[in-house]
Design a protein around this ligand. Structure first.
Ligand SMILES: [Zn+2]
Length: 97
């Protein structure tokens, strides 16, 4: 019985470690958290896939740093002068909206 508990604990720790990239992406409110989670799930067993998912999770803006472009409604970084999607230009006042 004790051995079974140890095995279950090992599995739980292993699963937690395996999903670190997805957990980090979720905690950071990453804009691509779902895609990172899928990459983590499907390719996490390859070391490259796991490291790639982790790097992706810790890079890029947090979801809270994004605002909606008033022209094309895509997400852009708060304070951006030019929308990367539609090329619309903003002064600081418009970018806050
Ligand atoms: Zn735009």
């Amino acid at each position: 019985m004790k051995e079974l508990l140890i095995v279950l604990l090992d599995i739980a720790i292993g699963v937690a470690l395996y999903f670190i990239p997805a957990i980090v992406a979720s905690k950071r409110d990453h804009q691509n958290a779902t895609a990172i989670g899928i990459l983590n799930l499907l390719l996490g067993w390859t070391i490259i896939g796991w490291v790639g998912a982790l790097v992706w999770a810790v890079s890029g803006p947090r979801g809270g740093d994004l605002v909606v472009c008033s022209e094309c409604k895509e997400m852009i970084v708060r304070g951006a002068k030019v929308c990367k999607h539609c090329g619309a230009r903003f002064d600081e006042v418009e970018a806050e909206a």
